[in-house]
Design a protein around this ligand. Structure first.
Ligand SMILES: [Zn+2]
Length: 433
């Protein structure tokens, strides 16, 4: 899930942004030109994105790129960088397709098109946050990150959905995805007890995804509830499950929450056992009803402090914006990481550089490059958003490291080393790629 949708609806006049102010050279924002050039050449691992499968003419369009696609949401005030007509989109299209159209390039590259897009972004490996993988989005260039939210909301979600118009749409999609997971197991409905649900649905689903190549499980829970997942004993969770399973009514938010909390921690522990990371959306998200305070990464502190979950690596996606200092403090937890996806698309490089610098000065081995490439519209496809975020992210990194060099915090050699860590080595170590 990206942050903002409906950019076409916000095709507002008077977007100034960077219009008319061409990017002069590598030394954007006062970055060291040599370092910036070096950073542009590093083949990256993109920690989080939503690539779209190439489909043949006449085939159904790919819908597997998100469990909660944003086009079903009510309009909101989109940030400038995501509005139709923002100059970076045309720059990206020129860089990607030259004089051709996107459709011509797609036809010319065929099945290789998505990999070709990665080449243009300077990305060697992209973690593909998708419901399922498929032809043209395959290892080794693409690694799978499926969705786990549907598993923590197994009951009748009517009362949760009633909270906002956007959640109405989201929970319908989560119910569909859970049904898909049940179908894959040959089941029509969830079993009657929590014990059976864990043994026959949750564990087999995670194991199937691991076997299918998943390197992490993604939670978009911040769109559906606050991120405060408390420690709850199985007996309490089982009572709630047993009371409402099999169509015995829809629980209210307060009575349902302990079951969700238990399931989140159970899945996190299973991910640790299976060698998958846990990805969590931590950022103000898409939609005018998004619960920004609920997405504050500090809500995750008790999860990160759970001694039984120390084998699980948690990656807080999108760098927690606007809570970039709160997330910085959490990086001290041994199993906590962040990526700066979406910030790399939404924020100008100089602004992102300030955020990056705060993290790099504290725990540089916990910071991961990412784009959140996403098919917002034809004008801003996953190709364009990925290209822009990759360029911005690299420029921001060059600016941040140059500032640290100028202030004698690091040497030039260490700047190179940190750039490689952020762009690829940290992710390689984290996922064992
Ligand atoms: Zn995303």
């Amino acid at each position: 899930m990206p942050q903002w949708g409906l950019i076409a609806a916000a095709a507002l006049a008077g977007i100034s942004g960077m219009a008319g102010c061409a990017r002069p050279d590598a030394a954007a924002g006062g970055a060291d030109a040599g370092l910036a050039a070096e950073i542009r050449e590093i083949k990256a691992i993109d920690n989080h994105a939503h690539p779209v499968r190439r489909v043949a003419a006449g085939e159904k369009p790919d819908r597997g790129f998100d469990a909660l696609p944003v086009e079903s949401m009510e309009p909101e005030s989109d940030p400038v960088a995501l509005r139709s007509g923002f100059p970076a989109m045309a720059e990206a299209a020129r860089a990607l397709y030259g004089g051709q159209s996107k459709a011509q390039m797609m036809a010319a590259k065929g099945e290789q098109y998505p990999s070709w897009v990665l080449d243009q972004m300077g990305v060697e490996t992209m973690l593909a946050n998708r419901v399922e993988m498929g032809s043209s989005i395959e290892p080794p260039r693409f690694r799978w990150v499926p969705y786990a939210d549907a598993l923590i909301f197994p009951l009748d979600n009517a009362q949760l959905a009633a909270r906002t118009p956007d959640r109405q749409g989201f929970f319908a999609l989560e119910d569909q995805l859970r049904q898909h997971y049940l179908d894959m197991l040959g089941m029509k409905q969830i079993p009657g007890t929590l014990g059976e649900y864990l043994a026959r649905v949750v564990r087999p689903t995670l194991e199937r995804q691991k076997q299918g190549g998943a390197v992490a499980e993604k939670f978009e829970a911040a769109y559906l509830r606050p991120l405060a997942f408390d420690a709850v004993d199985e007996e309490t969770a089982a009572r709630i499950y047993g009371r409402f399973a099999a169509g015995r009514g829809a629980p209210g938010e307060a009575e349902y929450k302990p079951l969700q909390d238990f399931l989140f921690r159970y899945i996190a522990a299973e991910c640790g056992r299976l060698g998958m990371a846990v990805h969590i959306h931590t950022m103000a998200g898409a939609g005018g009803y998004f619960d920004v305070a609920g997405a504050n990464p500090l809500n995750l502190e008790s999860v990160l402090n759970d001694a039984s979950l120390r084998k699980t690596k948690f990656v807080m996606l999108h760098g927690g914006w606007p809570f970039i200092r709160e997330i910085a403090a959490l990086l001290a937890k041994p199993n906590a990481y962040l990526d700066f996806s979406q910030q790399s698309l939404m924020l100008p490089p100089a602004t992102l550089a300030g955020n990056l610098r705060e993290w790099l000065e504290l725990n540089p081995e916990k910071v991961l490059f990412a784009t959140d490439a996403y098919p917002y519209s034809n004008e801003m496809g996953w190709e364009e958003s990925g290209w822009i975020a990759s360029r911005n992210g690299r420029e921001a990194l060059a600016i941040a490291l140059t500032g640290m060099m100028r202030d004698r915090e690091i040497t030039r050699a260490r700047a190179s080393e940190l750039a490689r860590m952020v762009l690829r080595e940290n992710a390689r170590a984290l996922y064992g790629l």
